[in-house]
Write a protein that binds this ligand. Structure first.
Ligand code: C2E
Ligand code: MG
Ligand code: MG
Ligand code: MG
Length: 278
């Protein structure tokens, strides 16, 4: 930054941040072949039946020197370097493989995979997904693709066309982080989606009578009026859960139930959860 006087102002940490980004961007490509990337799975629980309906796949990167790098940090770098398409294919492959493993062991779950904004521009992605579903013998409705509201709003016409193409193979679509992306009702109505995920920033600290609670309640009503299944993410405590039940939210996801788990651990968790609720 230049100050008015023309003298450069010191921004603490700016160079360090820049250096870290360059390092990470360079190492990201290698992370795949070096086996540093893995998936965790977080259950989405149906509120009415108390059954686990889906598990969301969340990508993890363990860097040799820098330790765990959060996806909110490395996904944007992958988008900038054009690596994200490969990354998304890796996640889809792993998630569907895990899903067929669960299936073989008698657990019939859906698996949700996050797409980045740039994936919507990947014209070959629908064919890849269709082939991947066949390869792993996963019924298409058992795959849910989550796309953030802001990614969809970058170019709504294009997004609508891409969503129709993706949906043609029978999979399901969710709008992620809903409430943070400034979409209009007119735009929302055009999106061929099945599920709406309320952003955790409204859910985590919602208390009776708060602005957050009002937003969550009206978003659930909006979703239902549009024929969508509504899910709240970031459910951390009982008081949010009580309100979400009162508002007839369809599904919940958050630390109150479980953190993201390894594939095998998720299966055990589902079995215990079903047992505990019976
Ligand atoms: P998201 O898709 O909205 O995922 C939800 C995030 O909230 C996850 O963070 C999850 O670990 C976290 N979370 C779950 N329960 C709670 C809770 O009760 N409280 C709070 N405060 N947080 C909770 P995570 O795993 O760090 O992922 C962050 C974001 O990175 C994701 O947000 C998603 O946008 C992106 N991401 C993760 N994996 C992938 C991937 O494979 N591909 C792409 N394109 N993006 C991914
Ligand atoms: Mg998500
Ligand atoms: Mg989200
Ligand atoms: Mg998010």
């Amino acid at each position: 930054k230049q100050a008015r006087s023309g003298v450069a102002v010191y921004e603490p940490g700016r160079d360090e941040v820049h250096l870290r980004q360059l390092t990470l961007m360079g190492d990201l490509r290698q992370s795949l072949v070096r086996g540093q990337l893995s998936l965790r799975f977080q259950p989405k629980v149906d509120l009415a039946t108390r059954q686990v309906k889906h598990a969301e796949a969340l990508l993890r990167w363990r860097h040799d020197d820098l330790g765990a790098i959060p996806p909110d940090e490395f996904i944007p770098l992958a988008e900038r370097s054009g690596f994200v398409h490969e990354l998304t294919r890796f996640v889809l492959e792993q998630a569907l493989q895990q899903n067929s493993l669960w299936r073989e062991q008698g657990l019939d779950l859906g698996v949700a995979v996050n797409l980045s904004a740039m994936d919507l521009m990947d014209a070959d992605l629908p064919d890849f997904i269709q082939a991947c579903l066949r390869r792993h013998r996963v019924p298409p409705p058992r795959l849910i693709l989550e796309v953030t509201e802001s990614a969809l709003m970058r170019d709504v016409d294009y997004a609508v066309r891409m969503l129709h193409r993706l949906r043609a193979s029978g999979l399901r679509l969710a709008i992620d982080d809903f409430g943070t992306g400034y979409s209009s009702l007119a735009q929302l109505k055009r999106l061929p989606v099945d599920e709406l995920k309320i952003d955790k920033s409204f859910v985590t600290q919602m208390t009776e009578g708060s602005d957050d609670a009002v937003i969550v309640r009206s978003t659930i009503e909006l979703g239902h009026n549009m024929g969508l299944s509504v899910i709240a993410e970031g459910v951390e405590n009982d008081s949010s859960l009580v309100l979400l039940e009162r508002y007839r939210c369809d599904m919940v996801q958050g630390y109150l139930f479980s953190a993201p788990l390894e594939g095998g651990a998720l299966m055990d968790w589902c079995r215990n959860f079903a047992g505990a609720e019976a």
